[in-house]
Design a protein around this ligand. Structure first.
Ligand SMILES: [Zn+2]
Length: 327
């Protein structure tokens, strides 16, 4: 049963049928802008089988996912999707990808397409909220009632888990597009098509490539790129700490595979906060506070599994699936 080891997330647990669910297969989809990962897992959080393929046109891509799950007996499916997506309970467009510039995906009925093949409960959230959820249930924020999860890769996404639930609000948080104080040595204009020099425009993988002429993984650990990179990520973390007061910050995504970046970000975030927030978690160099994902590169898929398990539990306990409960 999801959350049974997580005392601070009681809404996830207390299923009346938990033991009956232990062997039930649950589907998970981590729908990224460049890659889809599909898996089949169980209520204990284990992924037993997985497949990945490039994200192409929506109908073709969903057909591959549907082929994968066909005949596997999944009793629920959780989806963590790139966005923006519609998460509003009761919305006619619930389950749709909305305004993405990704060709063919704008206004696509993602969940409806799956529903036509599998009549099961669905969990549905952003890829980064799913990752935050996976980390809260089984990863680096296990046992905590809040965390903020960043993915810093081809784009920047920010998922928010607050007081034991995923934060949606008006649409869902879009913290990757915050505008931040510019690094004093940085003259790069930024490459976000909407904002230019927002966090994504300054710090995602394409920004590293555009600014320095080579991909991030080709830049040496002592290259000045990393201090500038750390500056923008740290500025956004300071904003998240001040605005949301999360108990932990988790940094994932391809750019964060550069292991020398994390200590730089901690230093910069500490400098930016300058001791103002008086919490013991923020002492000791932030080493326990700003961390790598506890689930490695699996946060998104495991989080999608958690969304599926939650939808199954809600369904079996008569609460309906997450589209109706609005969680
Ligand atoms: Zn932007």
């Amino acid at each position: 049963m999801i959350g049974r080891d997580n005392e601070q997330t009681p809404h996830l647990g207390d299923s009346v049928l938990d033991s009956a669910l232990d062997s039930v297969p649950v589907g998970a989809i981590e729908a990224g802008g460049t890659k889809f990962v599909c898996g089949i897992g169980s209520v204990d959080g284990e992924i037993h089988d997985r497949i990945s393929f490039p994200t192409g046109p929506p109908e073709e891509t969903l057909a591959q996912a549907i082929d994968y799950f066909a005949g596997r007996g999944v009793q629920a499916i959780g989806v963590g999707s790139f966005g923006p997506i519609d998460l509003r309970a009761g919305s006619a467009k619930y389950g749709f990808v909305t305004t993405t510039p990704k060709v063919g995906w704008a206004n696509f009925d993602f969940l409806g397409t799956l529903r036509r093949s599998f009549d099961v409960p669905y969990g549905w959230d952003t890829d980064v909220n799913a990752a935050a959820y996976g980390e809260a249930i089984w990863g680096a924020a296990r046992g905590l009632d809040s965390c903020v999860y960043y993915t810093i890769g081809t784009g920047v996404g920010v998922g928010v888990y607050a007081e034991g639930r995923l934060l949606h609000g008006l649409l869902h948080p879009e913290g990757g597009h915050l505008r931040l104080r510019r690094h004093p040595d940085d003259t790069f204009a930024g490459c976000c098509p909407y904002h230019g020099d927002c966090l994504e425009g300054m710090a995602a993988g394409p920004a590293l490539q555009a600014r320095w002429g080579v991909p991030g993984h080709e830049l040496a650990a002592d290259h000045p790129a990393w201090e500038i990179e750390a500056h923008y990520i740290a500025e956004s973390i300071a904003a998240a700490v001040l605005l949301l007061s999360p108990r932990r910050i988790i940094l994932g995504g391809g750019v964060m595979q550069q292991e020398h970046l994390l200590p730089l970000i901690r230093q910069r975030a500490a400098a930016s906060l300058n001791g103002y927030v008086a919490a013991s978690e923020l002492a000791e160099g932030l080493g326990e506070y700003i961390v790598a994902p506890g689930l490695g590169t699996q946060s998104g898929l495991r989080g999608a599994l958690a969304l599926g398990i939650r939808a199954l539990e809600q369904s079996r306990s008569g609460l309906g699936d997450s589209s109706l409960s609005g969680i």
